[in-house]
Design a protein around this ligand. Sequence first.
Ligand SMILES: Cc1cc2nc3c(=O)[nH]c(=O)nc-3n(C[C@H](O)[C@H](O)[C@H](O)COP(=O)(O)OP(=O)(O)OC[C@H]3O[C@@H](n4cnc5c(N)ncnc54)[C@H](O)[C@@H]3O)c2cc1C
Length: 272
Amino acid sequence: MTSSDPNAGLPVMVIIGGGAGGLELATRLGNSLGRKRRARVVLVDQSPIHIWKPHLHEVAAGSLDIGLHRLEYAAQARWHHFEFQLGRFIGLDRPNRSVTVSAMPDMDDQPMLPRRTIRYDQLVLALGSTINTFNIPGASEFAIALDSPGEAERFRQKLVAACIRASARAEAGKTSLVSIAIIGAGATGVELSAELRNAARVLHAYGIHGMDPSRDIRISLVEGAERILPGLPERISESVGVLVAKLGIDILTGEKVTRVTALGVETASGKS
Ligand SMILES: Cc1cc2nc3c(=O)[nH]c(=O)nc-3n(C[C@H](O)[C@H](O)[C@H](O)COP(=O)(O)OP(=O)(O)OC[C@H]3O[C@@H](n4cnc5c(N)ncnc54)[C@H](O)[C@@H]3O)c2cc1C
């Protein structure tokens, strides 16, 4: 910061994480304090774009285009009078009131932004959460956690590739089943299972005409509790269960996953 910097001397509010909580906070603080130059509001995120997480199952199923629904933090910052710093939060120095943000390479892995230290007067950590695999062998290696746009996009690409392979097998007169196991029948798992049934349109766009998604894509919803949507009232689990079953989705409740391999999911009761 130079002495000609209009923000020099202002209290610095640093928000780490531009998710549902952090982005909203940075936007509101920017509109109030940033706009009136009463504070320098800084948002830090490891990604240059925000995607509303409740859309991730649609990204994974290919029914929502990330390009149309993403928000560039830098643009939001300009519109709402805050500053955006791209980088991964890697250190906190509370006595000196500063955070360390990692260096960031560009898309060709060339150095783009250096490692930085940002001083703060007030700090908000809004880093969200990550999926807990409960140390189940193979889970972090072979399963995809639907937790970020990158993972949702990776799932979509793997699904399309599996369907292209199955379609080629079908044309050669071989079995063409694509089997998807969703571990966890909470809101995200249930929504994803239903959304995947809408995959037909997407497959058509990829030129996969030989497959019938309702017949050739098998979707299994595996849940450790005795019912799907265990966090919601029983009557909701029951009515959603009827709808999900009507979509042709296999529901396996009371099944605790013990191992994930490259070929499948194994449960405590011995199912595979
Ligand atoms: C598939 C899915 C569907 C959901 N559907 C719903 C729904 O329908 N309704 C509902 O109310 N909730 C839903 N949720 C939950 C909701 O998305 C979360 O409760 C909410 O996003 C939490 O907000 P947050 O700001 O705490 O964290 P997040 O939104 O997770 O944001 C965390 C941010 O921190 C950044 N970050 C993390 N680590 C670092 C680091 N080291 N350095 C820099 N940046 C970092 C991330 O890039 C991210 O931008 C859903 C979640 C998922 C995954």
